[in-house]
Design a protein around this ligand. Structure first.
Ligand code: CO
Length: 199
């Protein structure tokens, strides 16, 4: 596998890697670190505030976040093997997702959570998150568990998304038919390669 030469791309719903619960990272090398840093470029380009590894077709448990969405502003976080606990409160807010272009909907989430993770240098991050950053990190950790924000919407609100979700599905399937996206078995083999290499 020569992922060094592969251009990183954000994969759209319903790509199967988005539903794969990510494997904790057991090994980090220079190539994986470079990917983590390149994820910020992809995220800023796409005007996102967070990006999970499985959104770039890597089924491993890490994500990047900058709640401002702007390079050079705010705080850039690389979160490796993140775990959330001690949820407190509840707040409703609109969310979108780079893997579900064109969809925005209200999601209720805990207002505050405690985050434990490792950074790029292997230091332990252990802090209580609140506000928008808490929401972004929860959205990204959901991705790593194979969960999308549409799964957390009420069935009624979710129903309004059906036409767009159908559109994304038809588009993905037609790209598989024309060969611009590999068949599902190849996608699954690629996931296994990543898991065997770093998981
Ligand atoms: Co997302």
């Amino acid at each position: 596998m020569t992922e060094e030469s592969t251009t990183l791309q954000i994969i759209p719903y319903p790509h199967p890697t988005l539903r794969r619960p990510s494997k904790p990272v057991r090994k980090i090398d220079e190539s994986l670190k470079q990917i983590m840093l390149q994820m910020f470029d992809l995220m800023y380009e796409a005007k996102g505030v967070g990006l999970a590894a499985n959104q770039i077709d890597i089924p491993l448990r890490f994500c990047v976040v900058n709640a401002t969405g702007r390079r050079g502003e705010g705080e850039e976080l690389v979160l490796i093997n993140p775990v959330l606990d001690r949820p407190k409160g509840s707040v409703a807010h609109e969310e979108g997702c780079l893997s579900l272009p064109g969809l925005y909907g209200t999601v209720v989430r805990p207002k505050q959570v405690r985050l434990s993770a490792y950074d790029l240098q292997g230091n332990l991050i252990d802090r209580v998150l609140d506000g928008f950053l808490a929401r972004v990190v929860q959205h990204e950790v959901d991705h790593l568990d194979g969960v999308l924000f549409i799964d957390r919407m009420t069935p009624e609100a979710r129903k309004e998304f059906d036409p767009r979700i159908e559109e994304l599905t038809v588009d993905f399937e037609s790209r598989q038919r024309t060969g611009s996206v590999p068949p599902t078995t190849s996608l699954q083999n690629k996931m296994l390669e990543w898991e065997q290499r770093y998981g």
